[in-house]
Design a protein around this ligand. Structure first.
Ligand code: SER
Length: 598
Protein backbone atom coordinates (compact mmCIF):
# COMPACT_ATOMS: atom_id res chain seq x y z
CA UNK A 1 0.00 0.00 0.00
CA UNK A 2 1.16 3.52 -0.78
CA UNK A 3 1.20 6.25 1.84
CA UNK A 4 -1.36 8.32 -0.03
CA UNK A 5 -3.70 5.34 -0.29
CA UNK A 6 -3.51 4.93 3.49
CA UNK A 7 -4.17 8.63 4.08
CA UNK A 8 -7.16 8.46 1.74
CA UNK A 9 -8.57 5.23 3.14
CA UNK A 10 -8.45 6.68 6.60
CA UNK A 11 -10.31 9.83 5.53
CA UNK A 12 -12.88 7.82 3.59
CA UNK A 13 -13.54 5.47 6.48
CA UNK A 14 -14.14 8.26 8.95
CA UNK A 15 -16.18 10.24 6.45
CA UNK A 16 -18.43 7.20 6.24
CA UNK A 17 -18.81 7.48 10.04
CA UNK A 18 -19.97 11.07 9.83
CA UNK A 19 -16.62 12.88 10.32
CA UNK A 20 -15.60 16.10 8.60
CA UNK A 21 -12.05 16.06 7.24
CA UNK A 22 -9.88 18.97 8.35
CA UNK A 23 -6.45 19.86 6.98
CA UNK A 24 -3.16 19.68 8.84
CA UNK A 25 -2.24 22.67 10.98
CA UNK A 26 1.20 24.24 11.01
CA UNK A 27 4.01 22.51 12.92
CA UNK A 28 4.41 25.71 14.91
CA UNK A 29 1.39 26.14 17.18
CA UNK A 30 -0.71 29.29 16.99
CA UNK A 31 -1.38 31.15 20.20
CA UNK A 32 -0.15 28.40 22.48
CA UNK A 33 2.99 28.99 24.47
CA UNK A 34 2.85 25.66 26.30
CA UNK A 35 4.82 23.83 23.60
CA UNK A 36 7.22 24.73 20.78
CA UNK A 37 5.77 22.33 18.23
CA UNK A 38 2.60 20.57 17.28
CA UNK A 39 3.44 17.29 18.98
CA UNK A 40 0.20 15.48 18.21
CA UNK A 41 -3.01 15.92 16.29
CA UNK A 42 -4.83 16.98 19.45
CA UNK A 43 -2.74 20.04 19.77
CA UNK A 44 -4.37 22.43 17.33
CA UNK A 45 -7.73 21.21 18.63
CA UNK A 46 -7.18 22.06 22.31
CA UNK A 47 -9.75 24.90 22.41
CA UNK A 48 -12.38 22.54 20.98
CA UNK A 49 -11.52 19.75 23.39
CA UNK A 50 -12.03 22.31 26.16
CA UNK A 51 -15.52 23.13 24.90
CA UNK A 52 -15.25 25.76 22.14
CA UNK A 53 -17.56 24.97 19.23
CA UNK A 54 -15.76 23.78 16.08
CA UNK A 55 -17.27 25.15 12.87
CA UNK A 56 -17.25 21.71 11.25
CA UNK A 57 -19.09 19.94 14.03
CA UNK A 58 -18.34 17.33 16.65
CA UNK A 59 -16.72 14.62 14.53
CA UNK A 60 -13.47 15.43 12.81
CA UNK A 61 -10.65 13.47 11.17
CA UNK A 62 -7.29 14.59 9.84
CA UNK A 63 -3.71 13.83 8.89
CA UNK A 64 -1.54 16.05 11.08
CA UNK A 65 2.18 16.81 10.70
CA UNK A 66 3.89 16.41 14.07
CA UNK A 67 7.30 17.06 15.62
CA UNK A 68 8.29 15.21 18.76
CA UNK A 69 11.66 15.86 20.31
CA UNK A 70 11.04 13.81 23.43
CA UNK A 71 11.80 10.61 21.52
CA UNK A 72 15.11 11.87 20.14
CA UNK A 73 17.17 9.26 21.98
CA UNK A 74 15.10 6.50 20.47
CA UNK A 75 15.45 7.84 16.95
CA UNK A 76 17.80 5.43 15.23
CA UNK A 77 15.63 2.39 15.89
CA UNK A 78 13.12 1.13 13.31
CA UNK A 79 10.03 3.00 14.51
CA UNK A 80 10.71 6.34 16.24
CA UNK A 81 10.79 9.64 14.40
CA UNK A 82 11.16 13.32 15.13
CA UNK A 83 8.81 14.23 12.27
CA UNK A 84 5.83 12.01 11.60
CA UNK A 85 2.32 12.15 10.32
CA UNK A 86 -0.56 11.20 12.54
CA UNK A 87 -3.92 10.02 11.32
CA UNK A 88 -6.56 11.04 13.82
CA UNK A 89 -10.28 10.98 14.46
CA UNK A 90 -11.97 13.20 16.99
CA UNK A 91 -15.12 13.26 18.99
CA UNK A 92 -15.74 16.65 20.55
CA UNK A 93 -18.24 15.68 23.22
CA UNK A 94 -19.98 13.28 20.85
CA UNK A 95 -19.24 9.51 20.71
CA UNK A 96 -17.00 7.89 23.31
CA UNK A 97 -15.26 4.59 24.07
CA UNK A 98 -17.57 2.12 22.38
CA UNK A 99 -17.61 3.72 18.93
CA UNK A 100 -13.96 4.76 19.07
CA UNK A 101 -12.73 1.25 19.82
CA UNK A 102 -15.13 -0.53 17.47
CA UNK A 103 -14.23 1.76 14.59
CA UNK A 104 -10.51 1.37 15.23
CA UNK A 105 -10.95 -2.40 15.11
CA UNK A 106 -13.10 -2.28 12.00
CA UNK A 107 -10.64 -0.04 10.16
CA UNK A 108 -7.66 -2.20 11.10
CA UNK A 109 -9.12 -5.62 10.44
CA UNK A 110 -11.98 -5.38 7.95
CA UNK A 111 -10.89 -6.68 4.51
CA UNK A 112 -12.70 -3.68 3.06
CA UNK A 113 -10.24 -1.36 4.85
CA UNK A 114 -6.76 -2.39 6.07
CA UNK A 115 -7.47 -6.10 6.50
CA UNK A 116 -4.73 -6.71 9.09
CA UNK A 117 -4.48 -10.19 10.61
CA UNK A 118 -6.44 -10.18 13.89
CA UNK A 119 -4.08 -12.74 15.32
CA UNK A 120 -1.17 -10.31 15.08
CA UNK A 121 -2.92 -7.59 17.07
CA UNK A 122 -2.86 -6.88 20.79
CA UNK A 123 -4.04 -3.98 22.92
CA UNK A 124 -3.44 -2.26 26.24
CA UNK A 125 -5.78 -0.40 28.55
CA UNK A 126 -5.27 1.89 31.56
CA UNK A 127 -4.70 -0.07 34.77
CA UNK A 128 -6.00 2.63 37.12
CA UNK A 129 -4.40 4.72 39.88
CA UNK A 130 -5.32 7.46 42.34
CA UNK A 131 -6.36 9.87 39.55
CA UNK A 132 -8.67 7.56 37.60
CA UNK A 133 -9.91 3.96 37.87
CA UNK A 134 -9.02 0.87 35.81
CA UNK A 135 -10.62 1.28 32.37
CA UNK A 136 -12.94 -1.66 32.64
CA UNK A 137 -15.21 -0.30 29.97
CA UNK A 138 -12.44 -0.30 27.35
CA UNK A 139 -11.33 -3.74 28.53
CA UNK A 140 -14.84 -5.15 28.09
CA UNK A 141 -15.32 -3.60 24.68
CA UNK A 142 -12.09 -5.21 23.41
CA UNK A 143 -13.12 -8.52 24.90
CA UNK A 144 -16.48 -8.22 23.24
CA UNK A 145 -14.70 -7.82 19.90
CA UNK A 146 -13.12 -11.23 20.41
CA UNK A 147 -9.64 -10.33 21.70
CA UNK A 148 -8.32 -12.85 24.19
CA UNK A 149 -7.67 -11.49 27.70
CA UNK A 150 -4.02 -12.42 27.38
CA UNK A 151 -3.72 -9.93 24.58
CA UNK A 152 -5.22 -7.09 26.63
CA UNK A 153 -2.51 -5.64 28.89
CA UNK A 154 -3.37 -3.40 31.83
CA UNK A 155 -0.70 -0.72 32.00
CA UNK A 156 -0.03 2.26 34.29
CA UNK A 157 -0.17 5.97 33.57
CA UNK A 158 3.36 5.98 32.19
CA UNK A 159 2.13 3.91 29.21
CA UNK A 160 -1.62 4.34 28.98
CA UNK A 161 -2.40 7.94 29.67
CA UNK A 162 -2.11 10.73 27.17
CA UNK A 163 -1.64 14.44 27.56
CA UNK A 164 -1.68 17.16 28.34
CA UNK A 165 0.43 18.30 25.41
CA UNK A 166 2.02 21.02 27.53
CA UNK A 167 1.96 21.50 31.28
CA UNK A 168 -1.80 21.87 31.50
CA UNK A 169 -4.83 20.98 29.41
CA UNK A 170 -6.98 18.08 28.25
CA UNK A 171 -5.84 14.51 28.91
CA UNK A 172 -7.11 11.07 29.84
CA UNK A 173 -6.63 7.31 29.86
CA UNK A 174 -5.95 5.64 26.54
CA UNK A 175 -6.04 2.28 24.86
CA UNK A 176 -3.27 1.35 22.45
CA UNK A 177 -3.10 -1.10 19.58
CA UNK A 178 -0.02 -3.12 18.72
CA UNK A 179 0.97 -5.23 15.73
CA UNK A 180 3.38 -8.15 15.82
CA UNK A 181 6.16 -7.46 13.30
CA UNK A 182 8.16 -10.60 14.13
CA UNK A 183 7.85 -13.89 12.34
CA UNK A 184 4.27 -15.23 12.13
CA UNK A 185 5.34 -18.57 13.55
CA UNK A 186 6.58 -16.87 16.73
CA UNK A 187 3.59 -14.76 17.72
CA UNK A 188 3.32 -15.01 21.51
CA UNK A 189 -0.10 -15.90 22.90
CA UNK A 190 0.37 -13.21 25.51
CA UNK A 191 1.06 -9.55 24.83
CA UNK A 192 4.09 -8.05 26.52
CA UNK A 193 4.87 -4.40 25.88
CA UNK A 194 8.57 -4.91 26.64
CA UNK A 195 8.98 -6.87 23.44
CA UNK A 196 9.78 -4.37 20.68
CA UNK A 197 8.41 -6.72 18.03
CA UNK A 198 4.99 -5.59 19.21
CA UNK A 199 4.83 -2.18 17.56
CA UNK A 200 2.29 0.38 18.71
CA UNK A 201 0.37 1.63 15.71
CA UNK A 202 -2.68 3.40 17.12
CA UNK A 203 -3.75 5.11 20.29
CA UNK A 204 -7.32 6.00 21.28
CA UNK A 205 -7.35 8.58 24.04
CA UNK A 206 -10.46 9.17 26.10
CA UNK A 207 -10.02 12.80 27.00
CA UNK A 208 -12.29 13.56 29.84
CA UNK A 209 -9.91 15.38 32.21
CA UNK A 210 -8.26 18.76 32.33
CA UNK A 211 -4.93 18.95 34.16
CA UNK A 212 -4.80 22.20 36.05
CA UNK A 213 -1.79 24.31 36.93
CA UNK A 214 -1.88 22.97 40.48
CA UNK A 215 -1.44 19.43 39.09
CA UNK A 216 -5.01 18.34 39.87
CA UNK A 217 -7.24 16.60 37.34
CA UNK A 218 -10.75 17.98 36.92
CA UNK A 219 -13.50 16.54 34.72
CA UNK A 220 -13.93 18.35 31.42
CA UNK A 221 -17.35 19.68 30.51
CA UNK A 222 -17.45 17.18 27.63
CA UNK A 223 -16.06 13.70 26.99
CA UNK A 224 -13.78 13.66 23.96
CA UNK A 225 -12.01 11.07 21.86
CA UNK A 226 -8.58 11.78 20.40
CA UNK A 227 -7.04 9.02 18.35
CA UNK A 228 -3.63 8.94 16.74
CA UNK A 229 -2.42 6.38 14.23
CA UNK A 230 1.19 6.57 13.15
CA UNK A 231 1.31 6.79 9.36
CA UNK A 232 4.92 5.60 9.03
CA UNK A 233 4.49 2.60 11.30
CA UNK A 234 1.18 1.51 9.86
CA UNK A 235 2.54 1.82 6.34
CA UNK A 236 5.50 -0.40 7.24
CA UNK A 237 3.23 -3.02 8.80
CA UNK A 238 0.87 -3.01 5.82
CA UNK A 239 3.79 -3.65 3.50
CA UNK A 240 5.22 -6.45 5.59
CA UNK A 241 8.27 -4.39 6.58
CA UNK A 242 9.87 -4.43 10.03
CA UNK A 243 11.58 -1.07 9.46
CA UNK A 244 9.86 2.25 8.73
CA UNK A 245 12.98 3.44 6.89
CA UNK A 246 12.35 0.87 4.18
CA UNK A 247 9.01 2.44 3.28
CA UNK A 248 8.57 4.98 0.50
CA UNK A 249 8.54 7.72 3.19
CA UNK A 250 12.25 7.21 3.86
CA UNK A 251 13.85 4.94 1.31
CA UNK A 252 14.87 7.69 -1.14
CA UNK A 253 16.57 9.55 1.70
CA UNK A 254 18.43 6.41 2.73
CA UNK A 255 19.57 5.83 -0.86
CA UNK A 256 20.84 9.40 -1.09
CA UNK A 257 22.78 8.99 2.16
CA UNK A 258 24.22 5.72 0.85
CA UNK A 259 25.52 7.52 -2.23
CA UNK A 260 26.93 10.42 -0.22
CA UNK A 261 28.72 8.18 2.26
CA UNK A 262 29.63 5.28 0.03
CA UNK A 263 28.23 2.93 2.64
CA UNK A 264 25.37 0.48 2.53
CA UNK A 265 22.29 0.63 4.74
CA UNK A 266 22.35 -2.49 6.90
CA UNK A 267 26.11 -2.93 6.50
CA UNK A 268 26.48 -2.69 10.28
CA UNK A 269 24.18 -1.70 13.10
CA UNK A 270 26.13 1.57 13.61
CA UNK A 271 25.74 2.52 9.98
CA UNK A 272 22.04 1.66 9.98
CA UNK A 273 21.52 3.79 13.06
CA UNK A 274 23.53 6.72 11.72
CA UNK A 275 21.68 6.69 8.39
CA UNK A 276 18.32 6.61 10.15
CA UNK A 277 19.29 9.54 12.36
CA UNK A 278 20.49 11.59 9.40
CA UNK A 279 17.32 10.85 7.40
CA UNK A 280 15.08 11.55 10.37
CA UNK A 281 16.75 14.77 11.49
CA UNK A 282 17.08 16.33 8.06
CA UNK A 283 13.47 15.48 7.23
CA UNK A 284 12.31 17.10 10.47
CA UNK A 285 14.52 20.18 9.91
CA UNK A 286 13.19 20.52 6.35
CA UNK A 287 9.59 20.41 7.54
CA UNK A 288 10.17 22.93 10.33
CA UNK A 289 12.02 25.40 8.12
CA UNK A 290 9.80 24.68 5.12
CA UNK A 291 6.57 25.75 6.84
CA UNK A 292 5.12 29.17 6.17
CA UNK A 293 6.46 30.60 9.41
CA UNK A 294 10.05 30.64 8.16
CA UNK A 295 11.91 29.21 11.18
CA UNK A 296 15.66 29.86 10.98
CA UNK A 297 18.33 27.90 12.92
CA UNK A 298 19.18 29.93 16.04
CA UNK A 299 19.86 29.62 19.75
CA UNK A 300 16.29 29.95 20.98
CA UNK A 301 12.95 28.17 20.76
CA UNK A 302 12.14 26.35 17.51
CA UNK A 303 15.31 27.69 15.92
CA UNK A 304 17.38 25.95 18.55
CA UNK A 305 15.74 22.62 17.87
CA UNK A 306 16.37 22.97 14.13
CA UNK A 307 19.99 23.86 14.80
CA UNK A 308 20.44 20.79 16.96
CA UNK A 309 18.82 18.52 14.40
CA UNK A 310 20.98 19.80 11.55
CA UNK A 311 24.21 19.69 13.54
CA UNK A 312 23.48 16.23 14.85
CA UNK A 313 22.87 15.03 11.30
CA UNK A 314 26.13 16.62 10.14
CA UNK A 315 28.02 14.93 12.95
CA UNK A 316 26.69 11.51 12.04
CA UNK A 317 27.47 12.28 8.42
CA UNK A 318 31.05 13.09 9.36
CA UNK A 319 31.30 9.88 11.32
CA UNK A 320 30.26 7.96 8.24
CA UNK A 321 32.83 9.76 6.13
CA UNK A 322 30.60 12.12 4.14
CA UNK A 323 33.15 14.58 2.73
CA UNK A 324 31.07 16.64 0.35
CA UNK A 325 30.62 20.33 1.18
CA UNK A 326 27.09 21.45 1.84
CA UNK A 327 25.49 18.02 1.51
CA UNK A 328 22.54 18.40 3.86
CA UNK A 329 20.58 20.40 1.29
CA UNK A 330 20.83 17.45 -1.12
CA UNK A 331 18.92 15.32 1.37
CA UNK A 332 16.42 18.14 2.00
CA UNK A 333 15.68 18.40 -1.74
CA UNK A 334 14.54 14.79 -1.70
CA UNK A 335 12.27 15.42 1.27
CA UNK A 336 10.70 18.32 -0.63
CA UNK A 337 10.37 16.26 -3.79
CA UNK A 338 8.81 13.25 -2.06
CA UNK A 339 6.29 15.21 0.00
CA UNK A 340 5.41 18.06 -2.37
CA UNK A 341 2.12 16.42 -3.41
CA UNK A 342 0.84 16.39 0.19
CA UNK A 343 2.47 19.53 1.61
CA UNK A 344 2.64 22.29 -1.03
CA UNK A 345 4.34 24.64 1.44
CA UNK A 346 7.55 22.64 0.98
CA UNK A 347 8.15 23.39 -2.71
CA UNK A 348 7.01 26.96 -2.05
CA UNK A 349 9.70 27.43 0.59
CA UNK A 350 12.38 25.17 -0.83
CA UNK A 351 14.86 27.97 -1.55
CA UNK A 352 14.59 29.26 1.98
CA UNK A 353 15.32 25.77 3.33
CA UNK A 354 18.32 25.27 1.04
CA UNK A 355 19.82 28.64 1.96
CA UNK A 356 19.40 28.04 5.70
CA UNK A 357 21.02 24.61 5.41
CA UNK A 358 23.96 26.03 3.48
CA UNK A 359 24.48 28.73 6.09
CA UNK A 360 24.11 26.40 9.03
CA UNK A 361 26.52 23.87 7.62
CA UNK A 362 29.11 26.61 7.06
CA UNK A 363 28.59 27.96 10.57
CA UNK A 364 28.94 24.56 12.13
CA UNK A 365 32.12 23.97 10.17
CA UNK A 366 33.55 27.15 11.66
CA UNK A 367 32.44 26.10 15.12
CA UNK A 368 34.20 22.81 14.70
CA UNK A 369 37.40 24.46 13.46
CA UNK A 370 37.32 26.91 16.32
CA UNK A 371 36.71 24.13 18.83
CA UNK A 372 39.54 22.14 17.34
CA UNK A 373 41.91 25.04 17.80
CA UNK A 374 40.81 25.47 21.40
CA UNK A 375 41.20 21.79 21.97
CA UNK A 376 44.77 21.86 20.70
CA UNK A 377 45.64 24.89 22.77
CA UNK A 378 44.24 23.29 25.87
CA UNK A 379 46.19 20.22 25.02
CA UNK A 380 49.48 22.09 24.65
CA UNK A 381 48.98 23.73 28.00
CA UNK A 382 48.38 20.48 29.76
CA UNK A 383 51.30 19.82 31.98
CA UNK A 384 50.32 16.68 33.80
CA UNK A 385 51.05 13.18 32.78
CA UNK A 386 47.44 12.33 33.41
CA UNK A 387 45.94 10.72 30.31
CA UNK A 388 42.53 12.13 31.11
CA UNK A 389 40.77 15.25 29.87
CA UNK A 390 38.53 16.36 32.64
CA UNK A 391 34.80 16.64 32.15
CA UNK A 392 34.74 20.33 32.97
CA UNK A 393 37.10 21.10 30.07
CA UNK A 394 35.03 18.97 27.70
CA UNK A 395 31.92 20.76 28.90
CA UNK A 396 33.46 24.20 28.39
CA UNK A 397 34.36 23.26 24.83
CA UNK A 398 30.79 22.17 24.31
CA UNK A 399 29.19 25.11 26.06
CA UNK A 400 31.37 27.92 24.74
CA UNK A 401 32.22 26.68 21.25
CA UNK A 402 29.36 24.27 20.62
CA UNK A 403 32.02 21.60 20.23
CA UNK A 404 30.25 18.24 20.57
CA UNK A 405 31.43 15.80 23.22
CA UNK A 406 31.78 13.03 20.63
CA UNK A 407 34.36 15.18 18.81
CA UNK A 408 36.33 15.80 21.96
CA UNK A 409 36.31 12.09 22.68
CA UNK A 410 37.45 11.29 19.16
CA UNK A 411 40.30 13.83 19.19
CA UNK A 412 41.36 12.69 22.62
CA UNK A 413 41.49 9.13 21.39
CA UNK A 414 43.80 10.12 18.55
CA UNK A 415 46.21 11.49 21.12
CA UNK A 416 45.93 8.45 23.33
CA UNK A 417 43.83 10.31 25.90
CA UNK A 418 40.42 9.72 27.34
CA UNK A 419 37.66 12.06 28.43
CA UNK A 420 35.91 11.93 31.76
CA UNK A 421 32.44 11.51 30.30
CA UNK A 422 30.82 10.98 33.65
CA UNK A 423 32.02 14.35 34.87
CA UNK A 424 30.91 15.93 31.58
CA UNK A 425 27.42 14.51 32.10
CA UNK A 426 27.29 15.89 35.62
CA UNK A 427 28.14 19.37 34.32
CA UNK A 428 25.54 19.01 31.60
CA UNK A 429 22.88 17.94 34.07
CA UNK A 430 23.62 20.89 36.29
CA UNK A 431 23.22 23.17 33.31
CA UNK A 432 20.02 21.51 32.11
CA UNK A 433 18.55 21.76 35.57
CA UNK A 434 18.99 25.52 35.32
CA UNK A 435 17.50 25.89 31.88
CA UNK A 436 14.58 23.64 32.77
CA UNK A 437 13.68 25.89 35.64
CA UNK A 438 13.89 28.86 33.31
CA UNK A 439 11.65 27.29 30.70
CA UNK A 440 9.13 26.13 33.27
CA UNK A 441 8.64 29.83 34.00
CA UNK A 442 8.24 30.55 30.33
CA UNK A 443 5.61 27.86 29.88
CA UNK A 444 3.32 29.12 32.62
CA UNK A 445 -0.17 30.18 31.66
CA UNK A 446 -1.23 30.23 28.06
CA UNK A 447 -4.31 29.79 25.99
CA UNK A 448 -4.51 26.15 26.92
CA UNK A 449 -6.07 27.39 30.15
CA UNK A 450 -8.08 29.95 28.20
CA UNK A 451 -7.23 32.32 31.02
CA UNK A 452 -8.88 35.70 30.99
CA UNK A 453 -5.60 37.55 30.58
CA UNK A 454 -4.51 35.61 27.53
CA UNK A 455 -7.94 36.00 26.01
CA UNK A 456 -7.59 39.78 26.31
CA UNK A 457 -4.14 39.72 24.75
CA UNK A 458 -5.48 37.58 21.93
CA UNK A 459 -8.12 40.21 21.13
CA UNK A 460 -5.44 42.90 21.40
CA UNK A 461 -3.36 40.95 18.86
CA UNK A 462 -6.22 41.20 16.35
CA UNK A 463 -6.49 44.94 16.85
CA UNK A 464 -2.74 45.27 16.53
CA UNK A 465 -2.55 43.37 13.24
CA UNK A 466 -5.22 45.63 11.75
CA UNK A 467 -3.34 48.69 13.07
CA UNK A 468 -0.02 47.46 11.66
CA UNK A 469 -1.61 47.08 8.24
CA UNK A 470 -3.01 50.59 8.45
CA UNK A 471 0.31 52.11 9.47
CA UNK A 472 2.78 49.98 7.48
CA UNK A 473 0.72 48.68 4.56
CA UNK A 474 -1.07 45.61 3.26
CA UNK A 475 2.11 43.56 2.92
CA UNK A 476 1.88 42.96 6.68
CA UNK A 477 0.59 39.47 7.45
CA UNK A 478 0.81 37.42 10.59
CA UNK A 479 3.75 35.02 10.72
CA UNK A 480 3.13 33.58 14.13
CA UNK A 481 2.00 34.44 17.58
CA UNK A 482 2.57 33.26 21.10
CA UNK A 483 0.46 34.48 23.96
CA UNK A 484 0.86 33.95 27.68
CA UNK A 485 -1.14 35.42 30.53
CA UNK A 486 1.50 38.15 30.80
CA UNK A 487 2.26 39.31 27.27
CA UNK A 488 1.75 38.76 23.60
CA UNK A 489 4.48 38.06 21.09
CA UNK A 490 3.61 38.56 17.48
CA UNK A 491 5.60 37.97 14.29
CA UNK A 492 4.68 39.67 11.04
CA UNK A 493 6.13 40.27 7.61
CA UNK A 494 7.79 43.65 7.20
CA UNK A 495 11.19 44.35 5.68
CA UNK A 496 12.61 46.91 8.10
CA UNK A 497 12.68 48.21 11.63
CA UNK A 498 9.63 50.20 12.62
CA UNK A 499 10.22 53.83 13.53
CA UNK A 500 9.26 55.23 16.90
CA UNK A 501 6.44 57.20 15.23
CA UNK A 502 5.06 54.09 13.58
CA UNK A 503 5.05 52.22 16.89
CA UNK A 504 3.26 55.08 18.60
CA UNK A 505 0.68 55.26 15.81
CA UNK A 506 -0.08 51.56 16.16
CA UNK A 507 -0.47 51.90 19.93
CA UNK A 508 -2.76 54.87 19.43
CA UNK A 509 -5.04 53.08 16.96
CA UNK A 510 -5.34 50.05 19.24
CA UNK A 511 -6.03 52.17 22.32
CA UNK A 512 -8.69 54.15 20.45
CA UNK A 513 -10.47 50.91 19.55
CA UNK A 514 -10.28 49.91 23.21
CA UNK A 515 -11.71 53.20 24.46
CA UNK A 516 -14.61 52.89 22.01
CA UNK A 517 -15.60 49.64 23.78
CA UNK A 518 -16.32 47.88 20.47
CA UNK A 519 -18.32 44.67 20.26
CA UNK A 520 -16.39 41.48 19.40
CA UNK A 521 -18.70 39.29 17.32
CA UNK A 522 -18.17 35.76 16.06
CA UNK A 523 -19.86 34.39 12.91
CA UNK A 524 -19.54 31.07 11.17
CA UNK A 525 -19.34 30.97 7.40
CA UNK A 526 -17.64 29.25 4.51
CA UNK A 527 -14.07 30.13 3.69
CA UNK A 528 -15.29 31.75 0.45
CA UNK A 529 -17.72 34.00 2.30
CA UNK A 530 -14.98 34.94 4.74
CA UNK A 531 -12.72 35.94 1.88
CA UNK A 532 -15.52 37.93 0.29
CA UNK A 533 -15.92 40.10 3.38
CA UNK A 534 -12.13 40.57 3.49
CA UNK A 535 -11.48 38.64 6.67
CA UNK A 536 -7.77 38.24 7.28
CA UNK A 537 -6.95 34.55 6.97
CA UNK A 538 -4.08 33.53 9.13
CA UNK A 539 -3.16 30.25 7.58
CA UNK A 540 -4.89 29.02 4.47
CA UNK A 541 -7.86 26.78 4.97
CA UNK A 542 -6.65 24.99 8.01
CA UNK A 543 -10.08 24.77 9.56
CA UNK A 544 -11.52 23.24 6.41
CA UNK A 545 -14.51 24.71 4.68
CA UNK A 546 -16.45 26.38 7.46
CA UNK A 547 -14.60 28.93 9.53
CA UNK A 548 -15.20 31.28 12.41
CA UNK A 549 -14.75 34.96 11.72
CA UNK A 550 -14.21 37.40 14.57
CA UNK A 551 -15.26 40.97 13.80
CA UNK A 552 -14.35 43.79 16.15
CA UNK A 553 -16.63 46.80 15.82
CA UNK A 554 -19.74 47.38 13.73
CA UNK A 555 -20.76 49.25 10.58
CA UNK A 556 -18.26 51.91 9.60
CA UNK A 557 -16.29 51.23 12.76
CA UNK A 558 -14.97 47.78 11.92
CA UNK A 559 -11.54 47.72 13.53
CA UNK A 560 -10.58 44.16 12.64
CA UNK A 561 -11.91 41.09 10.90
CA UNK A 562 -10.05 37.78 11.12
CA UNK A 563 -10.58 34.10 10.60
CA UNK A 564 -9.72 32.62 13.97
CA UNK A 565 -10.61 29.79 16.32
CA UNK A 566 -10.97 32.08 19.35
CA UNK A 567 -11.47 32.56 22.21
CA UNK A 568 -11.89 36.33 22.55
CA UNK A 569 -13.34 38.83 24.99
CA UNK A 570 -16.82 40.23 24.34
CA UNK A 571 -16.02 43.93 24.20
CA UNK A 572 -12.75 45.76 23.68
CA UNK A 573 -13.43 47.93 26.75
CA UNK A 574 -12.25 45.00 28.88
CA UNK A 575 -8.69 45.23 27.59
CA UNK A 576 -7.02 48.05 29.50
CA UNK A 577 -4.15 50.04 28.03
CA UNK A 578 -2.16 48.52 25.18
CA UNK A 579 1.59 49.04 25.10
CA UNK A 580 4.34 47.81 22.76
CA UNK A 581 7.43 46.91 24.76
CA UNK A 582 9.72 45.83 22.00
CA UNK A 583 10.01 45.67 18.22
CA UNK A 584 12.85 43.59 16.84
CA UNK A 585 13.92 41.34 14.01
CA UNK A 586 12.74 37.76 14.19
CA UNK A 587 14.19 36.39 10.95
CA UNK A 588 14.78 37.66 7.41
CA UNK A 589 11.81 39.85 6.46
CA UNK A 590 9.98 39.10 9.67
CA UNK A 591 9.61 41.48 12.65
CA UNK A 592 8.59 40.58 16.17
CA UNK A 593 6.59 42.67 18.63
CA UNK A 594 6.22 42.09 22.33
CA UNK A 595 3.29 43.89 23.87
CA UNK A 596 1.28 44.00 27.07
CA UNK A 597 -1.99 45.28 28.46
CA UNK A 598 -1.68 47.51 31.49
N1 SER B 1 -2.73 12.31 21.26
C1 SER B 1 -2.52 10.90 21.18
C2 SER B 1 -1.13 10.55 20.72
O1 SER B 1 -0.42 11.39 20.29
C3 SER B 1 -3.53 10.28 20.25
O2 SER B 1 -3.70 11.06 19.12
O3 SER B 1 -0.77 9.42 20.75
Amino acid sequence: MKAQELRQKYSEFFKSKGHAIISSSSLIPENDPTVLFTTAGMHPLVPYLMGEKHPLGKRLADVQKCIRTTDIDEVGDATHHTFFEMLGNWSLGDYFKKEAIEWSWEFLTSPEWLGLDKNRLAVSVFAGDEDAPFDEEAFDIWKGLGISEKRIARLPKKSNWWGPAGETGPCGPDTEMFYWVGSPSEIPAEFNDDNSLWVEIWNDVFMQFNKREDGQYELLAQKNVDTGMGLERTLAVLNGLDDNYKTELFINLIHKIERLSNKKYGESSEITRAMRIIADHLKAATFIMGGDKGVTPSNTDQGYVVRRLIRRAIRYGKQMGIEEESWTKEVAKIVVHDYAYVYPELPKNVNFVIERLKEEEAKFKKTLEHGLKEFNELENKRQTTDDRINGKTAFDLYQTYGFPLEMTVELAKEKGLRVDVEEFNKELEKHQELSRTASAGMFKGGLADASEESKKLHTAAHLMLAALRKVLGDHVVQKGSNITAERLRFDFSHPEKMTKEQIEKVEKIVNEAISEDLLVACDEMSLEEAKKINAMGVFESKYGERVKVYTIGEGPKIASREICGGPHVERTGELGKFKILKEESSSAGVRRIKAILE
